[in-house]
Design a binder for this molecule. Sequence first.
Ligand code: GTP
Ligand code: SAM
Ligand code: SF4
Ligand code: SF4
Length: 324
Amino acid sequence: MELVDTFGRRINYLRLSITDRCNMRCRYCMPAEGVEKLTHSDVLSYEELLRIGRAAVNEGVEKIRVTGGEPLVRKGILPFLSSLSALPGLRQLVLTTNGVLLEELAAPLHAAGVQRLNVSLDSLDPARFAAVTRGGDLSRVLAGIEAARREGFPIKLNMVVMRGVNDDEVESVASLALDAPFSVRFIEYMPSSGEERWQSLVVPGEEILRRLSARFTLELVDRGALSGPAREYRIPGAAGTVGIITPVTGHFCGDCNRIRVTSTGKAKSCLFSGGELDLRPYLQEGDAALQEALRRIVREKPHRHQLTQENDEPTPFAMSKIGG
Ligand SMILES: Nc1nc2c(ncn2[C@@H]2O[C@H](COP(=O)(O)OP(=O)(O)OP(=O)(O)O)[C@@H](O)[C@H]2O)c(=O)[nH]1
Ligand SMILES: C[S@@+](CC[C@H](N)C(=O)[O-])C[C@H]1O[C@@H](n2cnc3c(N)ncnc32)[C@H](O)[C@@H]1O
Ligand code: SF4
Ligand code: SF4
């Protein structure tokens, strides 16, 4: 089976959010307070999430990224990941985390079959890190990244670049790729939670690249079939790579290969726009119904999002609920 949308894009990547809770409150992702907490019964059980994963794999999905909220705060995640990784036909099980709990969980995550980790890292300055994440402890995240490295995980580091907040650190964060095999990615800030004047925080990917080019020689790397949205560059002599993710200024929608499912069971055809389908009623039926629901969401996938820096309409959605 293959999932192909109306624009001929093959959908082989599912981003599965398993919780909307988090042990940090990054200013670009969650409001300081007033996030309505989902109750236990709102959130899908692991059994239901596994059924969704299986249905997606039966439809031709080859890569599942587990995300959140912070996926590592949900109890019982390890047996769930083991079951997910055992799905016949799944080629990649990967996870995005803020790294806070990685020091203790890197080894069991590896044993559970997770193949790669993406870790958020927005500053190398402890005070600034704490400010951006509203209380995050940089030393724990760095210890987590180190533990994941020792465990042999390929690691991508994600930095959301915000003008006047952390953009002066682009070069120093990129330097992490010189000696260690990290793939360091700089992400354009996207509007979240309907905020105003978000445009002033966006540092366009081309500007980030210009700054990196002034410091390093950059050689474009070819993209693979299961690759995410980043444009990646090699620095001659460096152990890792650097890259940009440009959801605002440069559409990668033409190559989009993914759908999303939230922890409450809402399937989303696109991060920003397009339809949402509640999978709960389909979970009451057999797997065939669930697979048909996934085909339906793929049919509704929009060509691209309408977000531009010129667009003043704030987008009313919470990244932490969708999983990025
Ligand atoms: N607009 C948009 N942004 C995305 C999409 N997929 C990922 N992102 C953003 O890219 C950033 C990094 O996402 P990750 O969770 O690390 O996943 P990824 O980049 O797909 O991961 P890889 O498959 O390892 O390259 C996050 O800020 C996401 O919100 C997408 O389909 N559309
Ligand atoms: C929502 S988080 C969930 C996983 C995990 N808690 C983490 O922080 O990596 C997934 C990704 O979305 C990114 N993200 C969240 N809000 C964003 C925003 N407003 N603009 C760009 N990226 C954002 C984060 O940096 C992270 O890489
Ligand atoms: S980006 Fe990740 S760590 Fe930060 S608040 Fe959102 S879910 Fe939590
Ligand atoms: S904005 Fe929508 S269509 Fe574009 S890459 Fe992201 S999910 Fe795909």
